[in-house]
Design a protein around this ligand. Structure first.
Ligand SMILES: NC(=O)c1ccc[n+]([C@@H]2O[C@H](COP(=O)([O-])OP(=O)(O)OC[C@H]3O[C@@H](n4cnc5c(N)ncnc54)[C@H](OP(=O)(O)O)[C@@H]3O)[C@@H](O)[C@H]2O)c1
Length: 247
């Protein structure tokens, strides 16, 4: 049974403030506007250490995420998240259209039985040039659209090429949900425009939001400009624009 948490005093719709903010923002000229949104514990964990799924959002902040999805044209995760959580990436707790699901999966490891294939909107899978032809055929037969892009020096899908492709496909608002390697790559590439972060009031000491053993970002660090915040019951949701220069 879903627990109903009390909403913040005096608010008819708890998501008005966030969605209003989202609608007032500008778009980059040459690529989709990118929103990074994920949930973490107080110590910055997004999953258990063995990548096992961890429910962090409470029912209200979870609903907020679905409202956010409905305000984006596409939603992106890495293959690590597909393998660990088998997410649907649909809008179920809000009204609105499902965003186009996109998976970054260089070697086409997405399982054919993934729940994402049950969606009305079949996934786009972004593969590297070396992806096995047989997997390409099998995933296409299951309904996926495979886009092939170059890889970068880290042998990951090149994110500049990705945003170019998405712009060409007419997508204007991309929501990036994770996991750790994807969050790090998008921040490292300095292409995250907006961040909506849910912080659950627990300590986990699990998988850190940027993964483990990483190199520090280059300075000036990505910085949230004019942060907004709201409590959704016991979860703190923090949102703002990301800037990459000195304040
Ligand atoms: N709390 C939350 O809000 C939240 C949200 C989402 C996920 N998660 C958690 O995150 C965990 C998964 O995170 P993860 O780090 O293992 O996997 P991930 O970030 O979901 O996926 C990483 C994989 O994506 C592929 N990839 C392709 N291009 C990439 C690029 N440019 N940058 C980075 N990766 C790229 C790589 O595999 P190939 O080289 O094979 O392509 C890479 O190993 C799960 O446990 C899940 O529960 C939590």
């Amino acid at each position: 049974m879903e627990i109903e948490y009390p909403l913040q005093m005096g608010m008819s719709d708890p998501f008005d403030q966030l969605l209003q903010w989202l609608q007032e923002l500008n778009f980059p000229a040459d690529r989709p506007r990118i929103t990074l949104s994920y949930a973490q514990s107080l110590d910055g964990s997004i999953a258990l250490e063995n990548n096992a799924q961890l429910v962090l959002s409470n029912p209200i902040s979870n609903r907020m995420t679905h409202h956010l999805r409905a305000h984006h044209d596409a939603i992106l995760v890495g293959i690590g998240t597909i393998l660990a959580d088998d997410p649907q990436l649909t809008v179920r707790l809000s009204e609105g259209r499902d965003p186009q699901p996109i998976i970054l999966d260089r070697q086409l490891r997405t399982p054919l039985e993934s729940r994402i294939f049950q969606n009305e909107r079949k996934p786009w899978i972004i593969a590297g040039r070396e992806a096995p032809e047989i997997r390409r055929k099998m995933l296409e037969a299951a309904g996926a659209t495979i886009h092939t892009l170059p890889t970068n020096e880290d042998v990951h899908i090149d994110l500049k090429a990705l945003v170019g492709l998405l712009a060409k496909e007419g997508l204007r608002r991309l929501m990036v949900e994770g996991g750790a390697q994807i969050i790090r790559s998008f921040l490292e590439e300095r292409i995250v425009d907006l961040i909506v972060l849910t912080i659950a009031p627990i300590f986990v000491n699990g998988l850190h939001s940027m993964g483990s053993g990483n190199t520090t970002f280059r300075s000036p660090f990505p910085r949230m400009d004019q942060p907004h915040w709201q409590m959704f019951a016991s979860d703190l949701v923090l949102w703002g624009e990301l800037k990459y220069g000195d304040p």
